[in-house]
Write a protein that binds this ligand. Structure first.
Ligand SMILES: *[C@@H]1O[C@H](CO)[C@@H](O)[C@H](O)[C@H]1NC(C)=O
Ligand SMILES: *[C@@H]1O[C@H](CO)[C@@H](O)[C@H](O)[C@H]1NC(C)=O
Ligand SMILES: *[C@@H]1O[C@H](CO)[C@@H](O)[C@H](O)[C@H]1NC(C)=O
Ligand SMILES: *[C@@H]1O[C@H](CO)[C@@H](O)[C@H](O)[C@H]1NC(C)=O
Ligand SMILES: *[C@@H]1O[C@H](CO)[C@@H](O)[C@H](O)[C@H]1NC(C)=O
Ligand SMILES: *[C@@H]1O[C@H](CO)[C@@H](O)[C@H](O)[C@H]1NC(C)=O
Ligand SMILES: *[C@@H]1O[C@H](CO)[C@@H](O)[C@H](O)[C@H]1NC(C)=O
Length: 538
């Protein structure tokens, strides 16, 4: 399995992140499909099939109004009447609010290479998300949306940074309330789990086969608890602590982030100056260098311009927030990102912010108006952060809006991790329009009809290993597979061992022995030698 496949797989996740989600390669006009309550697949995007499934908007009042769930599948490579055919396997995106359609579109070929041709590989956009309607959206126009901060600034960037985030998200919640057509409250994980059961049943199956990444693990564990006898196969990969999530605490995510960062520092030292541009003889010396220019950036941001010669030059002022978010993002995909991160940081230490700005591009890129009708049609179904906010805030318990309480919670998080300033989704729920709680009472345990397989990395920056231990321990029969690697979810690092275990689980129902630890493949390097790391001055 070549590394580049893994990097591609990982790159579309954009998990747990603020910022514009990446559009997949979708060229299909979803308006062509009239939603129906059976799965009527139509060809789309070359090898794929697309459908829109009608489900009740409100499962408690199913006849009042409907939602339309957008689905895509790569049909199985074996005839559906053959004994090899294994039915639909749903790939669950992270986010929350990530697009399962984009996930499958970009990764179905790779997933097929891992687990074989027996399955229809299915992805769906959760209710409220992207191509599923009604969509959660707090802004009636893109022009209005563009006035809102595109990504979370570091909460430590300046004296008013935390207060600004408090104000921004309070404002966003009031917009969400004002623009709600009555459908907003139904964008939640409980209803999505019911939708998933409908999808399985519409395929003519009784039980689910699911591989959920990151926040997709919350859908997996919620489904398992609501429908424990409907589990055929369930993999949760990059495990969230559902208890922490549903309490809107977000206090467990950053447990291993420092460790991931330390692997960057130690890896750079071990790689030497030819493979790591930021090289110093000790991790402490690299840390000191990073601390020094970080501190400087707080008061002296640096201008960056890229491709001035092209027709769409791009420019920005690289500040402390962009630095922190770019480093944090790189920790998700170490095998793809550590070496270029080291180069970008080295360049920054020399006063050149261009490379760092380019790395940050994903979430900092300015809004571009659609160039033509086709792009405008795509935009109608593009992924919005609003969906992420709607799910996590509808799912989560109500929180205090008292500024001191909110700040105290932040300091509690900071006591657990030096990375508290870049990830606190709880803030998006300040002043959120809470409705009477629809969620089933969750106890975070269940006896499932087939044992769950949990997968956790030893140094995952946002879904720490302890979460996998906890969740796996709560579901009798479940096994935790540990991948000894940094990065977010198993696919952030190349491990044939992990992939063989996942394939054996899906195909044969074989669980790894309890306590199994998979190494990354021989030859996989965080700082590949021979690559140009160029420590030379600019
Ligand atoms: C919803 O409609 C179906 C079919 O028309 C009917 O059988 C059912 O009783 C209705 N349910 C409610 C709650 O009104
Ligand atoms: C499966 O279906 C195809 C097409 O309908 C048919 O030609 C074939 O004989 C069937 N195979 C089996 C094993 O039933
Ligand atoms: C960020 O601010 C918090 C709370 O004031 C503090 O505890 C923490 O050390 C700061 N972290 C960084 C990286 O500046
Ligand atoms: C900054 O670095 C980029 C490469 O990342 C290079 O193209 C550019 O010329 C450098 N700018 C300056 C002012 O040295
Ligand atoms: C982060 O890692 C560094 C280097 O190992 C260590 O000195 C520091 O105490 C760690 N911080 C936390 C909060 O664990
Ligand atoms: C699971 O089954 C065991 C043994 O029958 C039982 O003791 C336990 O209460 C069950 N747990 C749940 C959550 O139903
Ligand atoms: C499933 O089991 C069969 C028979 O033991 C074996 O040959 C095959 O390799 C297994 N498949 C996977 C994906 O592990």
């Amino acid at each position: 399995m070549s590394h580049s496949l893994f990097f591609f797989f990982a790159s579309v996740f954009c998990l747990l992140r603020f910022g514009q989600h990446v559009m997949g390669q979708d060229t299909f006009d979803w308006n062509q499909i009239t939603p129906s309550d059976s799965l009527a697949w139509v060809p789309c995007n070359t090898n794929f099939e697309c459908a829109r499934l009608t489900v009740p908007l409100d499962y408690k009042n199913p006849n009042v109004s409907t939602a339309a769930i957008a689905l895509i599948r790569l049909p199985a490579g074996v005839p559906t009447n053959s004994s090899d055919y294994r039915g639909p396997l749903i790939l669950g995106a992270g986010g929350p609010g990530g697009s399962g359609v984009d996930l499958v579109l970009a990764n179905a070929d790779l997933a097929r290479a891992i687990i074989g041709p027996q399955f229809d590989l299915v992805g769906f956009d959760g209710r409220g998300i992207s191509r599923s309607t009604p969509r959660a959206s707090f802004f009636p126009t893109q022009a209005e949306r563009a006035q809102f901060p595109a990504y979370l600034r570091s909460l430590n960037a300046s004296e008013d940074a935390f207060g600004r985030a408090y104000a921004d998200f309070t404002l966003q919640s009031s917009l969400a309330r004002a623009r709600d057509d009555g459908s907003l409250r139904f964008t939640n994980t409980e209803s999505t789990a019911r939708d998933m059961l409908k999808i399985v049943q519409a395929h003519g199956q009784k039980k689910v086969q699911y591989w959920g990444f990151s926040i997709g693990s919350v859908l997996g564990t919620t489904f398992a608890e609501m429908f424990p006898d409907k589990i055929e196969r369930l993999v949760i990969d990059g495990v969230m602590d559902p208890e922490d999530y549903y309490s809107t605490s977000w206090l467990t995510n950053l447990h291993d982030t420092n460790q991931t960062w330390n692997i960057f520092l130690d890896g750079c030292v071990a790689a030497g100056p030819s493979a790591c541009a930021l090289y110093e003889p000790t991790a402490a010396a690299i840390q000191a260098k990073v601390d020094a220019f970080s501190k400087q950036l707080k008061t002296r941001p640096i201008a960056a311009i890229t491709s001035l010669s092209s027709s769409t030059p791009s420019y920005h002022v690289v500040d402390y927030s962009m630095l922190r978010q770019t480093i944090f993002t790189a920790l998700y995909t170490p095998y793809a990102s550590f070496q270029p991160l080291a180069t970008a940081l080295h360049q920054l230490s020399l006063g050149n912010a261009s490379a760092l700005y380019e790395m940050s591009g994903l979430f900092a890129s300015p809004y571009q108006c659609p160039a033509n009708a086709a792009e405008a049609a795509q935009e109608e179904f593009s992924n919005l952060l609003d969906g992420q906010v709607a799910i996590q805030c509808n799912d989560g318990a109500a929180i205090s809006t008292d500024f001191n309480d909110v700040k105290a919670h932040y300091e509690k998080l900071c006591a657990t991790s030096p990375w508290c300033d870049v990830l606190l989704p709880r803030l998006t729920c300040l002043g959120w329009p809470k409705n009477s709680k629809d969620n089933v009472a969750l106890s975070f345990t269940a006896n499932t009809s087939f044992p769950m397989l949990a997968v956790s990395n030893t140094a995952d920056p946002v879904t720490p290993h302890a979460n996998g231990v906890k969740v796996s321990g709560n579901f009798p029969g479940s096994v935790l597979l540990t991948q000894d690697s940094p990065g977010h979810t198993s696919i952030a690092a190349p491990s044939t061992c992990t992939l063989l275990h996942i394939a054996a689980y899906f195909i044969n129902g074989t669980l790894p022995a309890s306590g199994t630890i998979c190494p990354v493949d021989d030859g996989a390097e965080l700082f590949p030698s021979g690559s140009s790391a160029t420590q030379s001055a600019s």
